[in-house]
Each structure stands twice: as C-alpha cells, then as structure tokens.
Design a protein around this ligand. Structure first.
Ligand code: AHM
Ligand code: MG
Length: 333
C-alpha cells in the first residue's frame, strides 16, 4: 500500500524529497539537488507557457524540421529554450542533450569540471497541443565520464546507469514523477504556492490490467508477433486506451496498469521512440514501480546505445501484461 503525506498531513515538497534522498549518501555535495531544482523551475515555466499557448498564439509549427525529420512545433522550441536556460547555469552540468538539437551541447568538461549530463525531450507529444492534449517533458540524468572525449559517446550509456529519471506531465494538473533508483514518487504543482508537493511515494504499477495502448492504425505493418498479441487481446476482453502522448499514456499505466506498445512500422522500421531520452527514463520509472520495459526482447535498460537520437521499439507497463506481449513476439521469431 503506497503511503502519501495524507497519513501525516504534512506538506512535503520535491526539494525536501531530493534533499532527504541526498542525505542518505553522506558524501553527496548537493550538486544533484541543484539539477533537480533547475528541472523543476523549467517545468513550472513550461507549464505556464503551455497553459497560455493558445492565448499567446504560440501553437502550430515553427517552420523548422528537427534532426529526426519531424516538424518542430513552436512550443517545442520554447520548451527547449526554457530547459537550456534553467539548466545551463548549473555548475555541475557537463553536457545537455535534447530531442530538438542535432548535437549534444557541451557546457563544461575536462578541467572546467561538470559532473552530470542531462538529456531531455522538452515537449513530448507536442502534436496533440493543438487539440489541448496533455504533453510532457521527459528527462534523464547521467554521470559525466571525463575520460571519454566525445560528448556523444559520454551520453551513450545504457539505461541501467541512469542516476535519476522522470517526467513532468502538463495535463489538467502539472505532475512531476521522479525516481533516483529507490522507488517512484509523484508530486503535483500547487500553482498558488509555486511548489511541487508530494502526493504519492513508492508507486507500484498493478501487476496486470487488461488494457493495451498502441496506435492500432499501423497494425498491418507491425511484425507478426505484435499482430498475434493484438488478435489474442481482442479475444480476451481487453480494452484500448491511446492518447498519442507518451507521458500521458505512461502516467495512466503507472497509476492504473496496462501495457504500452510502439512496435516497428513501415515508416519507422526501428520503432519511433528515442532510446536515450524517451525509452530509458520511462523504462527506469516503470521498473522502479515494479513493471517491465523491453525493446523487442531486450530489457530497455540493457540496450547499449550507439547514437544520441537512436530509435527503438518499446513495450512497457504491468509485468504480467508485458510478459504476455513478449510471449507472442518470441513465438513468431
Ligand atoms: P514526439 O517526441 O515528436 O512528440 O513524438 C513522440 C510521440 C509520443 O509522445 C507518442 O507516444 C508517439 O509519438 C505517438 O506517435 P503516433 O502519432 O505515431 O502514434
Ligand atoms: Mg518525444
């Protein structure tokens, strides 16, 4: 049973949570909590801009195509700038890397120091913004290895090495979900006091739930194992929920269970979602909450990345549901 602050009636902020986790590591310098505070500041600023986007005429395409060949939304560019401005000034940051930028940005490395790398998707699911859909910022924090010269190679670390991962969901409320490797905690932004307040710690994903989340319109081009799974699910009383915004779909699964799938398709032969700043952070959160995350038949967090914007197929969610998908994929190999 998860314990929220309601049992004690105490208010507990994101900052207090991170400080108390740091206190468990006697040698901690406090650099890590500075980074989380920069991400939370960016989250508040992005939440504000997302809520005003229609009024400020900031919706629609920016007119640019990003490195992945996808058209950038104006809000993608705004969210990216906010994160860069909030994180760029933090002295412990070595490298920043964003879905929106072709190359990683080196802030300080070598003799200048820099302990951490932060990778992010500034505004995931932004194409749903025109319809007032929920969008999110996904982030992961990695340790900088000063012995590796190339910034891209430094950040190509398997997901198991993540120090922390999380997302901020801009929905009816602004939710901040984070793990530092000892469970998953959920905070909600109280806009009147400007703080993220703890609402649930040690979140556990239900082991099973008959709900799948996939863009089924592409199913004719899915590999046969995924097709066989969907045929099986149709015959077994499953329901379907798909928002088309990864943060929103993962958040629902985190709180109420089910399975999310983004298989390879004709237009995205390796899958659509990016390993380093989408699949890995979500994989760490889901595993920390007792669920499973796989890229085809390899645990997401064990995939060795080869490049910053690498794409992968993804299956994640309730442990039993993910195992059922994997059984169907393996049967057709
Ligand atoms: P984005 O990072 O460009 O926003 O793309 C990622 C989004 C995810 O949020 C979502 O799961 C997926 O793309 C939806 O893709 P599709 O529209 O093909 O179903
Ligand atoms: Mg994205």
């Amino acid at each position: 049973m998860s314990q929220g602050p309601s049992s004690t009636n105490n208010l507990y902020s994101l900052q207090s949570h991170i400080l108390s986790e740091e206190a468990l590591h006697p040698g901690a310098s406090g650099d890590f909590s500075w980074i989380v505070s920069a991400i939370s500041l960016a989250g508040k600023a992005i939440a504000h801009r997302v809520r005003r986007a229609r009024l400020e005429n900031a919706l629609g395409e920016a007119g640019e195509t990003n490195v992945q060949g996808e058209s950038q939304q104006r809000m993608d560019v705004i969210a990216n700038e906010i994160l860069m401005r909030c994180l760029g000034s933090r002295a412990s940051i070595a490298v920043l890397a964003s879905e929106e930028d072709e190359e990683p940005t080196i802030m300080r490395r070598g003799r200048e120091g820099g302990k951490y790398c932060v990778l992010f998707d500034p505004l995931d699911g932004s194409s749903t913004l025109d319809a007032n859909g929920a969008v999110g910022t996904i982030f992961t924090i990695l340790r900088n290895d000063p012995l590796i010269e190339s910034a891209e190679k430094t950040i190509c670390q398997p997901g198991r090495k993540q120090i922390a991962a999380g997302y901020i969901l801009y929905g009816p409320s602004t939710a901040f979900v984070i793990t530092t490797g000892s469970g998953v905690a959920l905070f909600e932004l109280d806009p009147f006091i400007g703080s993220f307040i703890l609402v649930q710690r040690d979140i556990r994903i239900p082991t099973a739930k008959r709900v799948y989340s996939v863009n089924e319109a592409y199913s004719a081009s899915f590999p046969s194992g995924y097709q066989a799974y969907l045929t099986w699910a149709h015959a077994n009383d499953y329901s379907s929920r798909y928002i088309g915004s990864l943060c929103a779909d993962v958040h629902r699964i985190l709180l109420s269970g089910g399975v999310f799938l983004y298989p390879p398709t004709t237009s995205h032969a390796d899958g659509k979602l990016r390993l380093l700043y989408e699949a890995n952070p979500m994989g760490m959160i889901v595993e920390q909450a007792g669920g499973l995350s796989y890229c085809a038949t390899t645990p997401t967090l064990d995939v060795q990345p080869t490049k910053l914007h690498q794409r992968v197929p993804l299956v994640l969610g309730s442990a039993d549901e993910v195992r059922t998908v994997l059984r169907h994929i393996e049967a057709k190999r």
